[in-house]
Design a protein around this ligand. Structure first.
Ligand code: SAH
Ligand code: SF4
Ligand code: F3S
Length: 457
């Protein structure tokens, strides 16, 4: 950091008094968005302001995601189109950050085919941004920093996108090597942040009026495995729950193989922990789960679900599902639909399998056509629409506590927010409610949200 202070001073001197604007766009998961907020934190220190308009920017950073091919294609498309911007403004600096940069074939491709890119910054090298920028400002043609300094980039101050919802990474990397997934290759092995750093960050956020704290990790249930028994994830939840203030704690993601009774106890015991669990199932077929290296069976998964429903039959669950894993048979797919019907998720995030170079699944034979995969996806979405419409009816007539998020884009004069159960709730109101907890009585269920009436206190 000391080094950075000197470099940041130098950059400020070079930039001078003229206002400089940065455009930072994040393409990936919440962890990626959180990294983007850190990049902005560093840029702010260097004296940059921010713009949403690429053509007004002096600096563009694309903070990328590698999890599926279409995410990468989008970035390549955008970088391609930026050639023009650079011709119009030769002093423009363009950088690529995020998970794509950690794949050597991608970094090579950027360097070779996209001369408009000035620098490449790896996910563990966020603190290297000032150094790279200084090189660029001093006229370097291309610089890259994908070193693994680690993380404790974690402690970089963020420029947060929201004034009432905050993401707090609690760990980095992943040890699970699900066979389809690139994340362990681009994010490295699991590293837990120090508990006291997390606790003081959350305390600070609560003091600053934040109402929702989202704890982030690829598998939060293995938090602390590298801390020698000092603190587990359920213990961390209890510790954060003890912080005074009116706020919610959310977290994601939970790997089913590590979802313990202690975790479920903590969710039910801690009044600030939201009553919702995102528990990615990926598939309902044991054979596919085995080939995905998920290390649980459908039966084991359902035993967790049953434990939760035995404590609260209305508890809200959401999941991730992959459609069309290599050689997924019709029977495998039917098993996925069956587990959806059995669990009755409030919402699912579903993805058509995307082959990622370097992963084990990329080597597996795949006889299923893209057309068939598309059909399965449409069927899955249809089944889920039916489930949500039915399942959301359980909330009618009930009171929900909602954190108001924004004005509704669908209904004039309405505000939209999320309940503790992570259900979208829309109710009459105006923008003055944004960022506040509101009590709502649910009057109607749709397949994407519930509609309610605000209860005046
Ligand atoms: N660590 C998180 C997931 C991060 S990626 C977890 O395990 O829950 C988010 C989701 O993207 C995954 O749950 C999976 O459903 C999906 N995904 C990951 N790799 C994929 C691939 N190659 N093709 C399609 N979907 C993928
Ligand atoms: Fe990817 Fe599996 Fe790790 Fe999630 S748990 S990031 S799906 S390897
Ligand atoms: Fe997230 Fe995409 Fe990286 S899902 S961890 S930004 S590959």
């Amino acid at each position: 950091m000391d080094d950075n202070t000197v470099i940041i001073g130098e950059i400020k001197r070079l930039l001078g008094d003229r206002p400089h604007l940065a455009y930072v766009r994040s393409f990936g998961c919440q962890l990626n968005v959180s990294d983007g907020e850190k990049l902005k934190g560093l840029l702010k220190k260097m004296g940059y302001g921010f713009t949403e308009d690429e053509s007004a920017a002096d600096l563009i950073i694309l903070n990328t995601c590698a999890v599926r091919e279409n995410a990468e294609d989008r970035v390549f498309g955008i970088v391609g189109s930026m050639k023009k911007l650079k011709e119009l403004k030769p002093s423009l600096i363009i950088g690529i950050a995020g998970c794509m940069t950690a794949q050597s074939h991608v970094a090579e491709k950027i360097k070779k085919s996209y001369p408009q890119v000035d620098f490449v910054l790896g996910t563990s090298a966020i603190n290297g941004l000032p150094r790279l920028l200084l090189d660029c400002l001093n006229g370097a043609r291309f610089s890259a920093d994908i070193a693994e300094y680690d993380d404790f980039s974690a402690e970089v101050e963020q420029v947060r996108e929201s004034s009432f919802k905050a993401s707090v990474p609690i760990m980095f990397g992943c040890n699970n090597f699900c066979t389809y997934c690139i994340v362990p290759y681009v994010r490295g092995r699991e590293r837990s942040r120090r508990p006291e750093d997390i606790i003081s960050e959350v305390e600070g956020l609560v003091r600053d009026g934040y109402k929702e704290i989202m704890l982030l990790g690829q598998n939060v249930n293995s938090y602390g495995n590298d801390l020698g028994g000092e603190m587990s994830f359920p213990q961390l939840l209890r510790r954060l729950n003890a912080i005074e203030g009116d706020f919610w704690i959310r977290f994601m993601s939970s790997h089913p193989k590590d979802a313990s009774t202690e975790l479920i106890d903590a969710i039910f015991d801690c009044e600030k922990v939201a009553k919702h669990l995102h528990l990615p199932v990926q598939s309902g077929s044991d054979e596919i789960l085995r080939r995905m290296n998920r290390r649980y069976t459908a039966e084991k998964y359902l035993s967790i679900v049953d434990d939760i429903y035995s404590r609260d039959p209305d508890f809200s669950l959401t999941t991730d599902i992959i459609v069309g894993f290599p050689d997924e048979t019709n029977e495998d797919f039917e098993a996925t639909l069956a587990i959806m019907e059995r669990v009755r998720y409030d919402n699912i995030y579903s993805f058509i399998y995307s082959k990622r170079t370097g992963t084990k699944a990329a080597e597996m034979p795949d006889g299923i056509s893209e057309e068939e995969k598309g059909q399965r996806m449409r069927r899955l979405l249809e089944v889920q629409r039916g489930i949500s419409t039915e399942h959301y009816k359980r909330f009618i007539g009930r009171r929900m506590r909602v954190l108001a998020d924004d004005v509704s884009k669908k209904r004039e004069g309405y505000v939209t927010g999320k309940s503790s159960e992570f259900i979208i709730v829309e109710f009459e109101g105006d923008s003055s409610l944004i960022g506040q907890f509101v009590e709502v009585e649910v009057t109607e269920a749709m397949n994407w949200a519930v509609i309610g009436r605000r209860i005046q206190k």
